[in-house]
Each structure stands twice: as C-alpha cells, then as structure tokens.
Design a protein around this ligand. Structure first.
Ligand code: SAM
Length: 259
C-alpha cells in the first residue's frame, strides 16, 4: 500500500490513492469471512449466469477427456470455480497468496457452508458430467490441495484445466500488472488446455471488512489484449451485475484455450 492508510470506509473509495501495485497490499489482512458473507452466502443472478457460461464451456471442451490436473488461481473464499472443474479433474489446486484465505479454504473444505449446495444445484442442473456426484463437496475435499503462491511466479505448462475468478484485475490498479497476471494464469496451463476467467468490469476497487483493496479498471478490449498473446479461441461475454456494491460496471467472463 502507498502512504495512505488502507483502513478506509466505503465512502472514500473514490479517493485517488495513486497506483497501488500487488506488492503494496498486505494480502494477509484479507478478511475471508466478510468476503464470503458478502459474495457467496447466497447465489446471485450474476453468478448463476457465470455458471451457465463456464459449466457449458467445460462440458463442451472437456467431456470425454481423461481426468487431469486443475488449478483455481487466487481462489480466495470461493469454492464454485473448483466445483465446476470437478468432473474433469483428479486434483484441484487452490492457489492463493493470502494466509487468511488459505486457512479459510482449508477449513471450508472440511466443513463447507450450506450455500455451496445452491451453487452445485445450478452447476449440475441438466449437465450429465455432474450427475454421478452425490457428495460433490466430499469429493472436492478429497481432490483439492490448498497451495501458497504468487500468480506472478506460476510455473508454465503445468495444468490441464484452469479457472481464475476476479483476480488479475482485482489485485492491483496497474494495467501492466493486470496483463501480466492474466498471462501468467494462462501460461501455467499446458498447450491446448481450456480455461475460464471472470473479471469485474470498470472496477474502482473494493472494500472488505472496512479495508480497501485495489482494482484495475478494465473493459472487454483489455481482456482481449491481455489474453491474445497466450490464448486462442477466446470468447468474452458480459454478465449483468449492479447490486454487489458501487463502483463497477458489470462482470465479464472469458473462455478459451492456451495456445
Ligand atoms: C477479489 S479476490 C477473488 C477471490 C475469488 N477468486 C472469488 O472468485 O471471489 C482476489 C484474490 O486474489 C488473491 N491474490 C492477491 N494477490 C495475489 C497474487 N499475487 N497471487 C495469487 N493470488 C493473489 C487474494 O488473496 C484474493 O483471494
């Protein structure tokens, strides 16, 4: 963080703090419980639409392939990207920089909140690959590994399938860092591997339990530009969303394959 106190109220989110890079933030002070309660204690229409796009994409591109290694980058306090990869993954790495989120994920896998069943019902509805799972959260517990790491240090060519939800644009205000993070995510996949990534559109940052976290204001063109050097068959969809908080202009979902 810069010399500005990050413990700011939502009212002051429009203050110009100057560029805030990923290294400027104390990620270990990310309040996982508050973030979960605000975002995932109930299923909202925007996440429902994201599930439709991503679960359909995975069904189309992964069905019939042997089980592989999957990664969710910057998993935070969210299990549903990993849940969507379950039929196609023998292992799911939940890759996270913040100690608080790693601790939360470890505990959540053992004792998941009931709201994940709302997400699962939507994921599984009418999609055959999800049908065999009677206890998806137990299976996820068995297959998931919480891993400490930094997106900027990801090793290339490791995974068969990947997700990254609200990370590259929500960890920095700097467009160069956003682009580097998005490319690092795709690069950690093996050539041809499918991926899905969700982004906040035109975000001015966010508050978690009274603490400011940075975001880079991006549009579809920025996502296209960031992914073009590393991905092919990129498809970007806008997702309507306006009641999560102030200071953003909807969500975007990109699907594609690593080049
Ligand atoms: C806005 S949250 C998104 C969390 C979750 N993926 C979701 O869908 O809600 C951003 C996440 O990125 C993580 N993060 C921040 N910097 C990171 C880095 N350099 N490498 C990996 N993860 C990072 C944060 O700890 C946080 O969990």
């Amino acid at each position: 963080m810069t010399d500005t106190d990050p413990d700011v109220s939502a009212a002051s989110i429009d203050l110009d703090l100057g560029p805030v890079g990923n290294e400027d933030v104390d990620w270990d002070r990310f309040n996982s419980d508050a973030y979960f309660s605000h975002n995932y204690s109930t299923l909202r229409p925007d996440d429902t639409r994201i599930i439709e796009i991503v679960a359909n994409f995975f069904e189309k591109t992964c069905r019939g392939h042997s089980l592989g290694r999957a990664i969710d980058v910057g998993a935070g306090a969210n299990l549903y990207p990993a849940m969507m990869m379950l039929p196609y993954a023998s292992q799911v790495t939940l890759f996270e920089r913040a100690f608080t989120n790693r601790q939360w994920l470890t505990h959540e896998l053992e004792k998941p909140h009931g709201s994940w069943w709302q997400f699962w019902s939507t994921i599984a509805a009418g999609r055959k690959p999800y049908e065999p799972f009677r206890k998806p959260l137990d299976v996820l517990h068995g297959r998931a590994a919480v891993e400490r790491g930094n997106i900027f240090d990801l090793t290339p060519d490791q995974y068969d399938l990947g997700t990254m939800f609200f990370v590259a644009e929500s960890i920095t205000t700097r467009n160069d860092e956003f682009q580097r993070a998005a490319r690092q995510f795709v690069n950690t996949l093996k050539p041809g591997a499918p991926f899905a990534a969700a982004f906040m559109r035109d975000s001015s940052g966010y508050i978690v339990a009274g603490r400011y976290f940075p975001a880079c204001s991006i549009t579809e063109a920025d996502v296209q530009r960031a992914l073009a050097p590393v991905a092919r068959s990129v498809h970007i969809e806008l997702v309507e969303s306006n009641d999560l908080r102030e200071g953003y202009g909807g969500m975007m979902v990109a699907t594609g394959r690593k080049k």
